[in-house]
Design a protein around this ligand. Structure first.
Ligand code: AHG
Ligand code: MN
Ligand code: MN
Ligand code: MN
Length: 336
């Protein structure tokens, strides 16, 4: 059905739930819970600077990153909201050492879904009032309902995702998601607390003119990536391209999807697996990218075909407009 632009997210979920592949009611409730948690986090993020929510907590997460107060606030809100509604059987988060089981060994618990989240993406930007985000990824459990969830339920390749999306707390707050039937974006009207369908059927332009990479790491990149960056900067045809890098994956991805571009977080001589997390960051963004006519690769492989081996696994990540990713692939292939 053609989307109506005055439609609310709540209406959209109900109207489209028949297109969900599995247990539509349960997935609808789950997306509704994410919508609610996003509003709570948005409220807090928008007050940053007025209340004591900026800065670090003096702790590091399991990946060795300094945790910000808002990392933990967002983590708690998402977990609490999902736990209280009893609509998932397990959650894994960038900020938690291990996965969380939610009454999954209760025989009466028929919940089939697990959620993986990056509660606050780009958190190092929060102190300077730059857009941050939340990323989520949803799978069906592979172990039987009514038995405890296991690591197997969480270590599924991205091609098994049922839904994925992100919230960007930016100039305006948006929730963008896919259930495998295209990508739709909803903008929050803060006065009403309601998300409206503002960006129906989002698509990466086939070709783009923006490249996004932390060029400060250039010296550590592999030769294929270096050559591609030089190609982007070369004066020829529609090049040089424009360089744009916010340092929040969600915001960089969002801009590139609207304007056309490529995002890169390569491995390097100092970070052999890159930085971004396969399960919380790369898979959900890859699902969105492919649903929006873009591509996402980790080098030679399609991101969503990588078999995960651990919860907090990192992988190199290249994602964006189809033709740009294909061109990058040509450069990478020369060296591997
Ligand atoms: P997070 O804040 O969830 O830990 O993620 C940070 C990620 C991602 O948002 C961003 O694209 C990347 O780190 C930026 O890394 P650099 O500062 O190394 O460029
Ligand atoms: Mn982090
Ligand atoms: Mn992140
Ligand atoms: Mn994060």
């Amino acid at each position: 059905m053609a989307p109506k632009t005055n439609q609310t997210l709540g209406e959209f979920i109900i109207e489209n739930q028949d297109s969900f592949q599995y247990s539509s009611g349960e997935l609808s409730k789950l997306i509704n819970a994410i919508r609610l948690a996003a509003k709570v986090v948005n409220h807090e993020v928008s007050k940053a600077g007025l209340i004591d929510i900026l800065g670090g907590v003096g702790e590091t997460n399991i990946q060795g990153e300094d945790q910000q107060k808002l990392d933990l606030f967002a983590n708690d809100k998402f977990i609490q909201t999902l736990r209280n509604r009893e609509i998932v059987c397990g959650i894994a988060s960038e900020e938690e050492d291990s996965f969380i089981s939610i009454n999954s060994n209760d025989k009466n618990n028929q919940n089939k879904y697990i959620v993986l989240i990056d509660p606050l993406d780009g958190s190092s930007n929060i102190d300077v009032n730059v857009s941050v985000g939340t990323i989520f990824s949803i799978y069906r459990r592979v172990t039987p309902v009514g038995t405890p969830v296991t690591i197997e339920d969480f270590l599924q390749p991205g091609n098994k995702q049922v839904a994925a999306g992100y919230v960007v707390y930016g100039t305006s707050t948006m929730l963008v998601y896919t259930t495998g039937d295209g990508v739709n974006g909803f903008t929050l009207n803060p006065a009403l607390g309601t998300f409206y369908l503002s960006h129906p059927n989002m698509q990466f332009p086939e070709e783009g003119k923006i490249y996004s990479v932390n060029e400060g790491n250039y010296v550590h990149f592999h030769q294929g990536v270096k050559d591609y960056i030089k190609y982007c900067q070369m004066e020829e045809g529609d090049r040089p391209y424009t360089s744009r890098y916010i340092g929040s994956l969600v915001s960089d991805f969002h801009r590139n999807m609207i304007k056309g571009g490529i995002y890169m977080y390569p491995k390097s001589s100092v970070t052999e697996s890159g930085k971004l997390r396969l399960l919380y960051e790369c898979n959900p963004m890859a699902f969105l990218a492919e649903q929006a006519n873009g591509l996402a690769i980790g080098g030679k492989t399609r991101i969503m075909d990588i078999e995960p081996t651990e919860l907090h696994q990192r992988v190199p990540f290249f994602c964006g407009s189809r033709k740009m990713v294909e061109k990058l692939q040509e450069f990478l292939n020369k060296y591997h």
